[in-house]
Design a protein around this ligand. Structure first.
Ligand code: MG
Length: 253
């Protein structure tokens, strides 16, 4: 059996910093969205994000992380996560996943959303809506007395009931003084299983949902994960605190 995870409980002071970090990150998303449009490259979107990170005087958590070369992961259509910003041009109807991590007063915040550009096919729009809603279903289970599997199961059961598939190859994570802390948070699993959830835990919950097969592969750049059937994929993420009164989404304004 695997070693039980070391899930750090944050103090109220740490939660104040994490809430501030989350507000800043949500603000960066608000300011960035209008730049995700037809005719720009993913590298240009990353430049906008880098300038917003600098303007807010926070650190770019992803840049240099295991050698990742940019501030954001930008993953278009069949790209699931970890897309490296580059020359890819955004086209009408694309769905564009943007994942940003920041560090503020030595604490990390992590958030992602997938944006539809121009006239998005209805099936692709449904993929976005179901992924966002799947995240919210998972977040609603992030409360003391539940177990980690309750979050995982809520995401999986909702997404699969809508006819989409849950990526297994990548998972969410605890977050705080480190970008990735224990536990791993799968978006699939059985209810009432796994570690007991307690107030003070902070999780980055991040379902990745595919139109077709759940299977993914990593491209030769060593980062970009794509669907093996090249069908589209969506990704939404919030950093969430578990409190006595239930889940609190930190990455919103
Ligand atoms: Mg994350």
């Amino acid at each position: 059996m695997a070693k039980s995870p070391d899930i750090r409980i944050k103090t109220s002071g740490e939660l104040v910093i994490l809430r501030e970090a989350g507000k800043i990150l949500a603000g960066i998303f608000d300011s960035m969205k209008s730049f995700v449009k037809v005719g720009v490259t993913t590298a240009e979107i990353d430049q906008v994000i880098e300038s917003l990170i600098m303007k807010n005087k926070v650190g770019a958590a992803f840049k240099g992380y295991r050698g990742f070369p940019a501030c954001a992961c930008i993953s278009v259509n069949e790209e699931v996560i970890h897309g490296i910003p580059g020359k890819r041009l955004i086209k009408d109807g694309d769905i564009v996943g943007v994942d940003i991590g920041i560090v503020y007063q030595d604490y990390y915040s992590d958030m992602a959303m997938t944006l539809g550009v121009g006239s998005v096919e209805s099936g692709h729009q449904k993929l976005l809506d179901v992924t966002r809603q799947g995240l919210m279903r998972g977040i609603s289970e992030a409360r003391p007395g539940n177990r980690l599997g309750d979050i995982s199961h809520a995401v999986q059961s909702y997404v699969e009931s809508k006819g989409f598939s849950i990526v297994r190859d990548f998972v969410g994570h605890g977050i705080g003084r480190q970008l990735h802390e224990d536990p791993e948070i799968p978006n699939y699993g059985a209810p009432k299983q796994g570690p007991l959830l307690k107030a003070g835990m902070v999780f980055a919950i991040e379902p990745m949902v595919n139109m077709g097969t759940a299977r993914t592969k990593v491209l030769s750049d060593g980062w970009t994960a794509v669907t093996v059937d090249k069908k589209p994929s969506a990704h939404f993420e919030h950093t969430v605190a578990i409190t006595e009164s239930g889940p609190v989404i930190l990455t919103e304004k």
